[in-house]
Design a protein around this ligand. Structure first.
Ligand code: AMP
Length: 287
C-alpha cells in the first residue's frame, strides 16, 4: 500500500491505473476510521480494481474552530486499518498541499444545500463540495462511495458529480450501526461513557418515528413521537428533527399515499451531547 501526500503524485498514480485499464474506487474520509468507513471501503473493493482512501480533515467544512481542533487524528492507526482492508493508496494531503496560499476557488451549490443542515452550518456544504471536487480532480476515480449517514452530503455530491460532468459514479452506502443501534461516527469517540449510553435515544427516536408513521400518523405527530424519546434523555439537546423527500430534500408536512408507497421519505435528526453533535437518519417507510 502506498501513502501519497501531494495532488500531483496522486494524479500521476491515477494516470498509471487508467493506462492499465484499472478502475479506481475512492472513499473520501476525515480519518478516525471505524466500521462505517470500512464498509464503504469493502463496497469500493467489490466495485473497482483498486481503492483509494483519502484522509483529510477539511478546515473549509467546519463551522467551529474547536470542532476542527478536537477532531480525532489517529493517522497511524488509520493507515494500518487501510492496509488490513486491502486499500491500494491512502491519500493524505497536508493542509498546505490542499489550500496553498492564494487558494480562492469554491463550488457554489443549489437548493439541496439550502435545507436541513444547510442553515445550521453556513458554508459547510460548500466546503465539502470544494474538497470533494479537489479529491475527484486528483484521484480521478470511476466510482466514489459516500455513506447515507450524511444523507444530505450524499445528495449534494451526487448532484455536483452529475452537474459538473465528472463521469464519476457516486454510490450511497447504508448506515453502519453499533449493536445498540447508534450510528458509528468518529465523533462518538468524544462522548463520555454516560453520553455514549444516552446516545441510544437517537436510533430509538427514529424507530419510534417509523412505528408512528406505519400506524398512519402524519408528519407532525411522527416528529412528536421521535422528539419525546430524545427529550426524555437529560443529557441531550435536540437541534432538529425533520421529515423530507429523499430526492429533493424538501420538508414533507403531509403524507400522500405516494410517499408511503414509493418509500422516498426519510427522517433525520441532529442531537447535541454536551459539545458533540450527532446526526442520524433513516427511511421512514422501508423495511
Ligand atoms: P467522515 O470521515 O465522517 O467524513 O465520513 C466519511 C464517509 O464515511 C462519509 O461518506 C460518511 O457518510 C461515511 N460514514 C461515516 N459514518 C458512517 C456510518 N456509520 N455508516 C456508513 N457510512 C458512514
Amino acid at each position: 500500500m502506498l501513502t501519497i501526500e501531494s495532488p500531483d503524485e496522486m494524479r500521476a498514480w491515477a494516470r498509471e491505473q487508467a493506462a492499465s485499464d484499472r478502475t479506481i474506487g475512492l472513499v473520501p474520509t476525515m480519518g478516525a476510521l471505524h466500521g462505517g468507513h470500512l464498509a464503504l471501503i469493502a463496497d469500493a473493493s467489490r466495485r473497482c480494481d483498486v481503492v483509494v482512501v483519502s484522509i483529510f480533515v477539511n478546515p473549509l467544512q467546519f463551522n467551529e474552530a474547536d470542532d476542527f481542533g478536537n477532531y480525532p487524528r489517529p493517522i497511524d492507526n488509520d493507515v494500518a486499518n487501510c492496509q488490513a482492508a486491502g486499500v491500494s493508496v491512502v491519500y493524505a494531503p497536508s493542509g498546505s498541499a490542499m489550500y496553498p496560499e492564494h487558494f480562492q476557488t469554491r463550488v457554489i451549490l443549489g437548493t439541496l444545500a439550502e435545507v436541513m443542515e444547510g442553515p445550521m452550518r453556513p458554508g459547510h456544504f460548500e466546503g465539502v463540495a470544494t474538497v470533494v471536487s479537489k479529491l475527484f480532480g486528483a484521484v480521478r476515480p470511476d466510482v466514489s462511495i459516500f455513506g447515507e449517514k450524511d444523507f444530505q452530503q450524499l445528495a449534494v455530491i451526487t448532484q455536483m458529480a452529475a452537474d459538473l460532468d465528472t463521469g464519476i459514479e457516486v454510490v450511497g452506502h447504508p448506515i453502519v450501526r453499533d449493536p445498540d443501534g447508534v450510528a458509528q461516527s468518529s465523533r462518538n469517540r468524544r462522548l463520555t461513557p454516560a453520553q455514549r449510553a444516552a446516545a441510544v435515544c437517537v436510533p430509538k427516536s427514529l424507530t419510534a418515528a417509523r412505528i408512528a408513521a406505519a400506524g398512519g400518523a402524519e408528519p407532525g405527530d411522527v416528529i412528536a413521537a421521535a422528539a419525546a424519546i430524545i427529550d426524555s434523555e437529560p443529557l441531550t439537546e435536540r437541534e432538529y428533527i425533520t421529515i423530507f423527500d429523499a430526492r429533493t430534500l424538501t420538508e414533507i408536512e403531509r403524507f400522500e399515499i405516494i410517499n408511503r408507497r414509493a418509500r422516498a421519505v426519510r427522517i433525520a435528526t441532529a442531537v447535541w451531547f454536551g459539545n458533540v453533535r450527532l446526526i442520524d437518519n433513516c427511511d421512514l417507510f422501508g423495511e
